[in-house]
Ligand binder design. Structure first.
Ligand SMILES: [Zn+2]
Length: 393
């Protein structure tokens, strides 16, 4: 039960789809036949409201006066137009096949593209636009125009950006952030990156101008470290950075898939901080970094990409794939227990064998407190996780 009710569908304004009805004195309201559709808006100089409550179209007599499709006598076009959801409820179908003049959408293309894989909108859409869109779609399904019963596979609601004072942005409270001002001061990339970084995508977050400055500084650092780029051929090998870059590729990739843009950017910041500490940065590492950054800060990424000497746009590059070889940690943490109680944690080389770990565990001062003078009955070893020394009382 969606609690849907009948609602007035006509609007008294110019911008809207004309309602295809002709009023005839003899026949009454007559639907415009399908071969005469769509009824187009007339091109006019003036489309302001009339001031009389009538639609602006009512003043355009050469458009209003027509012939009745039924009896051929004089008729007048309906001058009210459809509300905005007259079009917004099914526009995604026209995106698939925008130049089709024969039907709403071609059958082949509709089958290929529908349903929409991912639909992103504001939470306020849940009670209106989404209901209408589903309602229309189900109607179109019933009459055989579309092949799927639902229009959207997955839905993500973007959180509302609140004002700096935590309230809704409103002229009344004079707390509206104007994107044009932010772009003029910090740049479009900083604005875009900040919006992705400011919080979880689906949650409401308050705007913070100092947050934008922070993101802007991050981009400045990205720009600055290009001075330290060396070609890979020059013999830089850096296991630590290799590992970090590939971990960053992995995290940014999966975070984008899951709409966790804020944590993707955090990871890029961690990566950049490490790169900054290096005397030389390899061309390949920096190139990967720029590709990861490019969806978030497209202008600076493309500019730096060109400065590196690449001829094709960064947006034509393949997305990097994390190499598992670099994702393995060199060291792992082993928990050391004595009689099942955690007594120490040791960092050991990932490839060290059981004997090596036993030896290290027995040497630990913290462990010795609980084992000295006691008989070691057995040692249980769980590879990669823990070692448990069982001693007698
Ligand atoms: Zn008629």
């Amino acid at each position: 039960n969606y609690k849907m009710r009948d609602w007035v569908y006509s609007r008294q304004r110019y911008w809207g789809e004309p309602i295809p009805i002709v009023h005839c004195e003899k026949c009454g309201a007559v639907g415009v036949p399908e071969d005469q559709l769509p009824v187009m808006l007339p091109e006019v100089e003036n489309y302001e409201p009339t001031g009389t409550g009538e639609s602006p179209l009512a003043n355009i007599s050469e458009w209003v006066n027509t012939t009745c499709p039924k009896c051929g006598g004089p008729g007048k076009r309906e001058t009210n137009t459809m509300p905005q959801w007259g079009g917004s409820s099914w526009y995604y179908l026209r995106y698939i096949d925008p130049k089709n003049n024969e039907s709403l959408v071609g059958k082949e293309l509709e089958k290929k593209w529908m349903p929409v894989d991912l639909y992103v909108g504001g939470a306020e859409h849940a009670t209106r636009h989404l209901l209408y869109a589903r309602f229309w779609h189900k109607f179109l399904y019933d009459i055989g125009v579309v092949s799927t019963i639902e229009p959207f596979k997955k839905l993500v609601h973007v959180g509302l950006i609140m004002a700096e004072d935590g309230r809704k942005m409103s002229k009344r409270w004079n707390n509206v952030i104007n994107p044009d001002d932010v772009i003029a001061e910090f740049g479009a990339d900083a604005m875009r990156l900040y919006e992705m970084f400011m919080g979880p995508f689906t949650q409401s977050v308050a705007w913070s101008t100092s947050g934008v400055s922070g993101v802007r500084r991050f981009l400045e650092k990205v720009w600055k470290i290009q001075e330290r780029i060396m070609n890979y051929e020059s013999g830089i090998t850096n296991k630590k950075i290799d590992s970090l870059i590939h971990k960053t590729i992995k995290k940014v990739t999966s975070d984008i898939e899951n709409f966790r843009f804020n944590t993707a950017i955090s990871q890029m910041m961690i990566c950049l901080n490490a790169l900054e500490k290096e005397e030389n940065i390899s061309m390949i590492h920096y190139s990967y970094f720029l590709i990861l950054l490019s969806p978030f800060a497209p202008h600076i990424a493309e500019e730096l990409w060109e400065k590196l000497g690449y001829k094709d746009s960064i947006f034509l590059q393949s997305w990097p794939v994390a190499n598992e070889k670099y994702l393995q940690d060199d060291e792992i943490e082993m928990v050391v227990q004595v009689n099942g109680k955690v007594r120490d944690r040791l960092m050991v080389a990932a490839d060290v064998n059981e004997d090596g770990i036993k030896e290290a565990a027995l040497k630990s001062e913290k462990v010795k407190l609980f084992t000295s003078g006691k008989e070691i009955k057995k040692i249980i070893f769980v590879p990669g996780k823990l070692i448990n020394i069982v001693v007698g009382e």
